[in-house]
Ligand binder design. Structure first.
Ligand code: GDP
Length: 355
């Protein structure tokens, strides 16, 4: 058994800062002097724990969070088609989520949609109230924690921010969630935490990442224990044409191991099971090598969860993004049943919440 990193997705309305937040987290990682650095996956980036704790500063200790996880595994492509498919199917791609919104605009149509995805998939999440630097009069300090940054503000600016936070609290209440600004939460089990941040200046990121880890410790213990030599399970992120390779399947693996000669099963839009044999497994090349060789990927024989991998295999035209993926080397009937029962469970869930 090993503990894998929690898979995290960032959801929210267009232009509310998903990409900027992901870039900032990656950027501070690259800039960090800590050992290790990031691991680039297909469709995802893994930030090691030593880097996360260096961003979080003393907050992890303050919250009594031990650093037992290998890191956080961020899905790179926000607003992805797989999420929409999963929304219709009621499934889930991530263990944890950040619901991001522009604090000056509050809830917008895609914020509600994202919230519904999280509600139906029961994914634990924190709210990032982004763009606090846009509040008139806000005095920014790059990379500062929110708790200190807020002390540098005029009281009218703090009041303005609070008004906006309470609008978010009000809307979340209407949507069935109790919530509070993170430093006023009295019960982490029943209240959603809202962290004011600026993805632009990095203010509030220490607290945001600390709250995410807090959720991981609260909700994910068993889910993150995986068997390294068990046949892999994953979720298809995207089926796409790749120059010189044909159709490829970008997949996030959340359990087990995937080998180059494995047979895999996935679902089509019509929920038919497709079985195919892997031709090659690809992962991104290190940046320096991409520049020289002009190809983005390199072959690998084996890949262990959590990981993002590009699979080259025949007969994958009808595979739907958001489909579960399972290895089926020996007991095909059992795996087929498992895939179909996932769809059944999803249908039942979907009916329950009236989508
Ligand atoms: P996405 O569509 O959710 O991925 O949004 P982007 O990350 O592309 O951000 C949309 C715009 O908002 C870009 O021009 C960003 O520079 C800007 N932006 C994002 N976060 C912040 C922030 O914290 N403060 C300010 N002032 N602008 C931001």
């Amino acid at each position: 058994m090993k503990t894998r990193s929690p898979i995290v997705s960032v959801l929210g309305h267009v232009d509310h800062g998903k990409t900027t937040l992901l870039d900032h987290i990656r950027g501070s990682t690259i800039a960090s002097k800590e050992a290790g650095g990031i691991t680039q996956h297909i469709g995802a980036t893994e930030i090691p724990m030593d880097v996360i704790s260096s961003i979080c500063g003393g907050f992890l200790e303050k919250m009594n969070i031990q650093e037992q996880l290998p890191g956080l595994f961020f899905i790179d492509t926000p607003g992805h088609e797989a999420f929409t498919t999963l929304r219709k199917r009621g499934g889930s791609l991530a263990d944890l989520a950040i619901l991001i919104m522009d604090v000056t605009e509050g809830f917008k149509p895609q914020t509600y949609e994202a919230l519904n995805i999280l509600k139906s998939s029961k994914t634990p999440f924190v709210v990032a109230a982004n763009k606090i630097d846009k509040i008139p009069g806000w005095n920014s300090t790059k990379g500062e924690c929110f708790s200190k940054a807020v002390q540098n503000q005029h009281k009218n600016v703090v009041f303005d921010l609070d008004q906006k936070i309470y609008e978010i609290v009000g809307t979340l209440h209407e949507e069935g969630f109790e919530s509070e600004r993170f430093d006023r939460v009295s019960n982490f089990a029943s209240q959603i935490t809202i962290v004011p941040i600026s993805a632009y200046t990095g203010e509030g990121l220490p607290e945001l990442l600390t709250m995410l880890l807090g959720l991981a410790y609260q909700y994910l213990n068993e889910q993150l224990q995986i068997e390294e030599d068990a046949p892999a399970s994953g979720t298809v992120l995207e089926v796409k044409e790749e120059k010189g390779l044909g159709l490829t399947i970008d997949t996030i693996l959340y359990d087990g191991v995937l080998n180059k000669d494995d047979r895999i099963m996935m679902l089509t839009k019509e929920n038919k099971v497709i079985s195919t044999k892997i031709r090659s497994l690809l992962k991104p090349k290190p940046l320096e090598e991409i520049r020289e060789s002009k190809t983005m990927f390199e072959d690998t024989n084996q890949i262990v969860a959590a990981a993002g991998v590009k699979i080259v295999a025949p007969h994958v035209d009808d595979v739907v993004s958001g489909s579960p993926l399972k290895v089926a080397n020996d007991d095909n009937i059992r795996v087929e049943d498992e895939l179909l029962s996932e769809v059944d469970n999803i249908r039942i869930q979907t009916n329950d919440i009236g989508i």
